[in-house]
Design a protein around this ligand. Structure first.
Ligand SMILES: [Zn+2]
Length: 429
């Protein structure tokens, strides 16, 4: 791409990629553990990261502030002050031992796009807001999307009493962060203030890489269920109880896990199932396990299909438990609906991808994102950027500079050509 030129007003897109990667590295240095990246909600490192992000926002010509739940909020005014905004963003908390791209890529890219507009003195018929969501991963308090829920006005304030593993509540952590927990409601926005919410994020899967594409257009954020299963049999001596008389809870769990995998593998409509945790007790080499607890995570791009999948999985593990004379208890611990990306907005994302010369490829998001909460206040869309090997939530997470740059160019074009839905956006083909 051409160099930045004040006369022609052309943007220097390749330098966007460089700026983004430099800032990704700067933000990744703010971690509570040396040697790896861990930045949890409302910790001192989280606060330091928020301050750095706000300094970039100000440098990009935005006003910047911390809202009542710890989201960082930047605003770039449109041609008219107080116009409704196109909101962009992503999260700035991480999982433990995280990669540095999950969250910050979308946030930093959005800031760089605004900085590019600002350098060219370009104002649009709408404002642009960039939000760094405070709590997407939900690692510290085991309750996700607190930042985006607060903005959408759907935060249940009972969450303030939730405690982390050290016994500190969200309320106490907010005070330590410098915020007033009695004011979290003030983070809520009004629907008419947002024209749309668009998030750029790494794919966190291998599909774009397999297709040899730097970017993709997200169709929907897949709904998910989490189940907690407990199988209870009878503990016994590993030497004295004959095999035929055993009620081994762990071998029962093993059969259930294999069956879940078989069912999902046989599905051709995107059903995915994972058992990510198992605990057997009493847990000794020479004791037949009397109890096994495990979790089941089930997702699909369509709610009806996911629900059918959940029902079938429960039916089959019930049958396994019965045949093995084990007691089974299954509890649904989490359920979220599928959030479709708005067709009118998705169309504009696709147009920007095509205009940058890339093939338009649509794919669902199997991972959760802040859009799941933002949909309660605005239409949402997402742009995925290719990541190496599909690896995420891991220090090896990587995005090539060229792909970061491609994502930035698509987002910038989307912003510059953005048309609100009631401005004919829905009718354009
Ligand atoms: Zn993320």
């Amino acid at each position: 791409m051409s160099e930045m030129n004040a006369q022609t007003g052309e943007r220097n897109a390749s330098s966007l990629g460089q700026e983004i990667v430099g800032r990704i590295n700067a933000l990744a240095a703010i971690s509570e553990s040396p040697g790896n990246l861990t930045r949890l909600f409302l910790t001192p490192e989280h606060r330091a990261a928020g301050d750095l992000i706000m300094s970039w926002m100000v440098e990009a010509g935005m006003s910047a502030r911390l809202d009542a739940i710890g989201n960082v909020c930047g605003r770039y005014e449109g041609e008219q002050p107080r116009s409704p905004c196109l909101m962009l963003g992503s999260h700035y908390d991480t999982v433990r031992d995280a990669g540095k791209w999950d969250g910050p890529l979308g946030l930093i890219t959005a800031i760089s796009c605004v900085a590019d507009l600002n350098r060219r003195g370009r104002r649009l018929p709408f404002a642009i807001e960039v939000t760094g969501f405070a709590d997407e991963e939900g690692v510290r308090f085991a309750s996700t999307l607190l930042g985006s829920r607060a903005i959408a006005g759907t935060l249940n304030e009972s969450v303030l009493a939730t405690k982390d593993s050290s016994g500190k509540s969200v309320r106490e952590a907010l005070i330590e962060f410098g915020l007033n927990p009695d004011h979290v409601g003030a983070a809520a926005r009004i629907r008419g203030e947002l024209l749309a919410y668009v998030e750029l994020h790494i794919e966190q899967g291998p599909v774009l890489e397999a297709r040899n594409l730097p970017v993709g257009v997200v169709t929907a954020i897949a709904g998910a269920n989490r189940l907690a299963a407990r199988l209870t049999g009878m503990a016994g001596h590993a030497g004295t109880v004959p095999m035929a008389l055993r009620r081994d809870a762990l071998t029962g769990a093993a059969e259930c896990i294999s069956r879940i995998e078989e069912l999902c593998r046989a599905d051709d409509a995107g059903l995915v199932g994972t058992v990510g945790f198992i605990h057997a007790s009493p847990g000794a080499t020479n004791v037949i396990p009397g109890q096994a607890n495990f979790t089941i995570d089930i997702r699909a791009p369509m709610d009806s299909h996911r629900k059918r999948g959940v029902n079938e999985i429960v039916r089959q593990i019930e049958a396994i438990a019965k045949r093995r004379n084990l007691a089974l208890q299954v509890d649904v611990t989490h359920e979220n609906r599928t959030v479709p990306c708005a067709p009118w907005l998705k169309q504009q994302v696709a147009a920007a991808v095509a205009a940058e010369g890339y093939g338009v490829f649509e794919l669902p998001s199997g991972a959760g994102h802040d859009g799941m909460a933002m949909v309660d206040i605005a239409d949402v869309a997402m742009i995925f950027v290719r990541c190496r090997g599909g690896i995420s939530h891991h220090p090896d997470e990587h995005v090539d500079l060229a792909d970061a740059d491609a994502g930035a160019r698509v987002l910038l074009l989307l912003i510059e050509n953005f048309r609100p839905q009631d401005d004919g956006g829905a009718k354009k083909s």
